[in-house]
Design a protein around this ligand. Structure first.
Ligand SMILES: [Fe+2]
Length: 339
């Protein structure tokens, strides 16, 4: 069974967002998915939600969506009712959970956002009841706007563990604990406008770059913050084994890259757009590169899909990457002068 996850469309926020989302829909449908899942954040401007609904109505496939923080900002989600929209459904033997974590917040000087994320007691109880009685062999796909396991606050210079977090969710561990009795589980998230994949125990945590990239700042050429193309994730669930495999795709050919050079403050990295701790990155003449330690103080403002090169390294190199699903990709990289 194949489905597609896309997130953070941010319609009407800048030029070309509607044209871009049209291209994205066409590209997503070319993979012949049975279901589409949207991770939230439709866009703040008036009309964004309506425009989205009209565009989605033409698709002719089920499209499920979880609320993002922008659904509070744009007024389409009644702040009083935030958190009441968790739901689940079954499709082709897979159990899908849409977990509604965003809540309204009265902004203060310390907390200028009008939202935060939590899996509160009500969410946890609902989830416990929803999962009760399901066999451990049933593949589980859980979607929430904000990632349930993430180094993003740390990497972006925030203090992890905020009382009212804006880049993580309170009680996220309790959610993951509940999911961990299932053999095949993946969680899908947006919000961060980056690709970041790792495992929490055996659970695949798949944070996915935005359709809007860097909020359409440069129209149809607005890659995400760590070079990820504007794109979406195609996910396959094996009907016999329940195994979950997936891959990130660009929706425009000119952004379709999987491996690129990256330089930050004199440091050089192989940027594997949808890499993660399980990807094997090998550089000819240098050897295997390690994934970046996302909790390292020296790695702030960097990506979990950067693989650091040693200082003494020629500017031209051949790279081979073996992704988690066994697929291999080769590339020749040329580093221009560092920034
Ligand atoms: Fe968001």
């Amino acid at each position: 069974m194949r489905f597609v996850f896309f997130t953070d469309v941010h319609l009407l926020e800048r030029e070309d967002s509607v044209k871009g989302f049209e291209l994205c829909i066409e590209s997503m449908l070319s993979h012949e998915p049975e279901v589409l899942i949207n991770g939230g954040d439709l866009g703040v401007p008036e009309g964004a939600t309506q425009t989205y609904k009209e565009m989605i109505a033409r698709i002719g496939l089920p499209v499920h969506m979880v609320n993002g923080n922008h659904e509070i900002c744009n007024g389409s989600l009644d702040p009083e009712r935030a958190g009441e929209f968790s739901n689940s459904f079954d499709h082709a033997g897979v159990h899908f959970v849409m977990l509604d974590l965003v809540r309204a917040f009265e902004p203060t000087e310390e907390h200028p956002w009008n939202w935060y994320f939590t899996a509160d007691e009500k969410n946890l109880k609902w989830l416990e009841e929803d999962l009760a009685g399901l066999d451990a062999d049933v593949p589980i796909i859980l979607t929430s706007h904000v990632p349930l396991s993430t180094s993003f606050p740390q990497r972006m210079g925030q203090v992890p563990g905020m009382e009212f977090p804006v880049n993580e969710a309170t009680n996220a561990k309790e959610v993951l604990e509940m999911l961990s009795r299932f053999r095949n589980v993946a969680t899908l998230h947006g919000h961060d406008h980056e690709n970041s994949r790792h495992r929490w125990r055996h659970i695949q945590i798949l944070t996915t770059g935005a359709v809007a990239g860097n909020w359409w700042r440069n129209g149809l050429d607005s890659p995400n913050q760590f070079g990820e193309p504007q794109g979406y994730r195609v996910i396959d669930v094996d009907s016999r084994s329940g195994e979950i495999t997936n891959r990130y795709h660009a929706f425009q050919p000119h952004q379709d890259i999987e491996i690129a050079p990256a330089t930050r403050e004199g440091r050089r990295f192989v940027n594997v757009i949808d890499g993660g701790s399980a990807a094997v990155v090998h550089v000819e003449g240098v050897g295997r590169l390690s994934a970046l330690d996302p909790w390292g103080q020296e790695n702030k403002r960097l990506s979990t899909h950067y693989y650091e090169l040693p200082e003494e390294c020629p500017p031209e190199m051949d790279v081979e990457v073996e992704f988690e699903d066994g697929r291999t990709v080769e590339a020749s990289l040329l580093f221009e002068d560092s920034d």
